[in-house]
Design a protein around this ligand. Structure first.
Ligand SMILES: *Cc1c(COP(=O)(O)O)cnc(C)c1O
Length: 389
């Protein structure tokens, strides 16, 4: 390899992936077949049909729940879940200071107050040890998301919730196929949610689902969505394209997990990228994104924004993470359930790798590691160049 081969694309070298990152969703013969069948039969125009039924049955079986509600998005699934557990005006709902924005907005729109909880310093997901101190007589529910390959100990959340009679809404939108402390992600909550949004690992372009064992919650949701017609439906067409993906779910999940391990092995020499994922025998996270704590100092002062730019220049789909919720909402909208030190750090330093490349062959993964290595080795020049631009 010549020195020039090792130059980052932003400094005039060849990008590691000249065609850019893989697109999503990927071509799937099963999806193509089902679309042809639907076009021929006209079944795609039905309100209810065998595909939605099979999808709901599959989700129920997977989570060992009786009740499944298919709906229009993950965002609306979380809203319905909050209503289902009885959250209303004047209630308080605990959630991580760093979370999907829609979860915060859903709480506010129900007239309830989001109470923001700080993150575990290693995983940058909700720290369950901080929940108890934030509980008041108004607290009604806890929203728990597992984000960017990080996971939250649901045993700990469950213990706090049971002690204080709080409901748990478990946001598993990033975790189809994942196992948390020995059980499928989403079933530790009183109700769990999935998203089938366009970028998600199970995708119908749009869509979502809810699952619960609690008959009272199920009944409230049924009453909420049934208005002579389903108010937030998933279509038969959407259900149909999801069925072939369910057949692949376990294999895809394992391949992503193996590739994450391979990638992290390949990045051991790169200082300043601390993975937030903590897989164990009992916990097998899903990887919709793979999150890292970015340390600018270890990259010779290269800002997070410019790291992301350099990685994307190589054709590797890194992004900045979410904004932390207290950074983008007025203080009148929430209460801080303690210091938000780690949520501040995540706001400034989270970076995430998008999942499609995690289904690639091993040599592609090694090339991703090499591309990131290039950025690391040339961080000083990249930083200097960014200062000049
Ligand atoms: C994507 C996502 C949602 C919302 O799903 P949509 O279908 O896009 O509305 C909610 N929570 C988390 C953690 C997500 O990643």
């Amino acid at each position: 390899m010549t020195a020039r081969d090792d130059l980052p694309a932003l400094l005039g070298g060849e990008p590691a992936f000249p065609d850019g990152p893989p697109t999503w969703p990927i071509a799937d013969d099963g999806v193509a077949r089902v679309l042809r069948e639907l076009a021929a039969s006209g079944d795609w125009g039905k309100y209810h049909g065998p595909h939605s039924l099979r999808l709901a049955e599959w989700i129920a079986k997977h989570h060992a729940t009786e009740f499944v509600e298919l709906c229009a998005s993950g965002t609306c699934a979380i809203e319905l879940a909050l209503r289902g557990v009885g959250v209303g005006a004047g209630d308080e709902v605990l959630l991580a200071g760093y979370d999907f924005k829609g979860n915060f907005v859903n709480v506010v729109r129900l007239g309830a107050l989001p109470v923001l909880i700080d993150l575990d310093p290693e995983t940058w997901n909700l720290d369950p040890t901080l929940l108890a101190a934030a509980i008041t007589e108004r607290t009604r529910a806890i929203v728990v998301s597992h984000l960017h390959g990080g996971t939250v100990s649901m045993k700990q959340v469950r213990a706090v919730a049971d002690e204080h009679s709080l409901a748990i809404v478990e946001d598993a939108c990033q975790m189809p196929g994942a196992t948390i402390e020995g059980r499928p992600a989403g079933i530790w909550g009183d109700i769990g949610a999935w998203s089938f949004g366009g970028s998600k690992t199970l995708s119908a372009g749009r869509g979502g689902a809810l699952y619960t064992r609690d008959a009272a919650i199920a009944q409230r949701i049924r009453l909420d969505v049934e208005r002579g017609n389903h108010a937030y439906p998933l279509s038969e067409l959407q259900a149909a394209v999801l069925l072939p993906q369910l057949e692949r779910l376990e294999d895809d999940h394992q391949r992503r997990a193996a590739n994450v391990e391979r990638l992290l092995d390949g990045l051991t020499d790169v200082k300043g990228l601390r993975p937030i994922t903590r897989p164990t025998e009992e916990t097998k996270p899903g990887y919709y994104k793979l999150g890292f704590q970015y340390e600018r100092e270890a990259f010779e002062g290269l800002s997070r924004e410019n790291f992301v730019r350099a990685a994307r220049g190589e054709g590797v789909a890194f992004d900045e993470g979410f904004r932390s919720l207290h950074k983008i909402h007025s203080r009148r909208r929430y209460r801080a359930g303690g210091a938000l030190t780690q949520a501040d750090a995540a706001d400034e330093r989270m970076i995430v790798l998008h999942h499609p490349v995690l289904l690639a062959e091993g040599d592609v993964i090694d090339r991703v590691a090499w591309a990131i290595g290039k950025v690391s080795r040339h961080a000083a020049s990249l930083a200097a160049r960014a200062d000049r631009d």
